[in-house]
Design a protein. Structure first.
Length: 204
C-alpha cells in the first residue's frame, strides 16, 4: 500500500509525459493522446525490465553511456518542443473565421513519441533503479517483485493519463478553437523545451 500511495503521488506530479499527452490531445485528438499514453506506459515496463535485469545499473555506472542517452533524450524533447512551438506560431496566421484544422490520426507516431520520450530519459532509468528496490522483500523473487511493481506503476500511469485525456476531451469544444489550440500547443512546447534543456544541462 505504501508503494502504491507513493507511486500515485509521483505519477500525479506533472512532467514531460503530461506535456506530451496534452500536445497529442490538442493535435491528434483523444485517440492520438491514448496512443501516446500507451507509448509512455510501454516505456515504464521496459525500464522496469532493465532495472530487474541489471541493465539500468550498467547505465548508472557508465558515465559515457549515461551522457549519450541523456543527450539523445534531451535532443528529442527539444525537437518535440520546437515542433510544437512552430505549429503554434503557424496557427497565428489563420484567419479569424477559418475552420480549425482537423485532428490527424497518427497513432503510430504518437505511440513512438511517448515511448522514446520515456526510454531516452536516463533519469527515469535511475528512478526505477533506486525506487523499486526499496520495496523488495529479500525472501521473495526479485525479478517477480520488480515485474509486479513495474506493472502496477504502468497501470496506474496509464489510468491517470487516460483520465487526464478524458478530462481534456470534455473541453473539446474549446480545444477546437484555433486560439485555444495555439495557446495549449505553445504552452506544451515550452514545457517540453524546458524539460529538454534541463535534462541536457543536468549534472550527475
Amino acid at each position: 500500500m505504501l508503494y502504491v500511495a507513493m507511486s500515485i503521488v509521483l505519477i500525479l506530479t506533472p512532467g514531460a509525459d503530461t506535456a506530451l499527452v496534452t500536445r497529442s490531445t490538442v493535435v491528434h485528438g483523444k485517440r492520438g493522446a491514448a496512443a501516446t499514453a500507451l507509448g509512455t506506459t510501454t516505456g515504464v515496463l521496459v525500464h522496469t525490465l532493465f532495472a530487474a535485469l541489471g541493465l539500468s545499473a550498467i547505465l548508472a555506472q557508465s558515465a559515457l553511456l549515461y551522457e549519450l542517452v541523456k543527450y539523445l533524450g534531451a535532443a528529442y524533447l527539444i525537437y518535440l518542443g520546437f515542433v510544437s512551438l512552430r505549429a503554434a506560431a503557424q496557427k497565428r496566421t489563420q484567419a479569424a473565421g477559418e475552420q480549425p484544422p482537423k485532428q490527424s490520426k497518427a497513432g503510430s507516431s504518437c505511440f513512438r513519441q511517448g515511448l522514446l520520450t520515456n526510454l531516452l530519459n536516463p533519469k527515469v532509468a535511475l528512478f526505477f533503479l533506486t525506487f523499486l528496490p526499496q520495496f523488495v522483500q529479500p525472501a521473495g523473487s526479485t525479478l517477480l517483485q520488480f515485474t509486479l511493481m513495474g506493472v502496477t506503476y504502468a497501470v496506474l500511469t496509464l489510468g491517470w493519463l487516460l483520465l487526464y485525456i478524458y478530462l481534456l476531451d470534455l473541453l473539446r469544444g474549446w480545444l477546437q478553437r484555433p486560439a485555444a489550440q495555439r495557446v495549449l500547443e505553445g504552452a506544451s512546447g515550452t514545457v517540453l523545451l524546458a524539460f529538454g534543456l534541463s535534462l541536457a544541462l543536468e549534472r550527475r
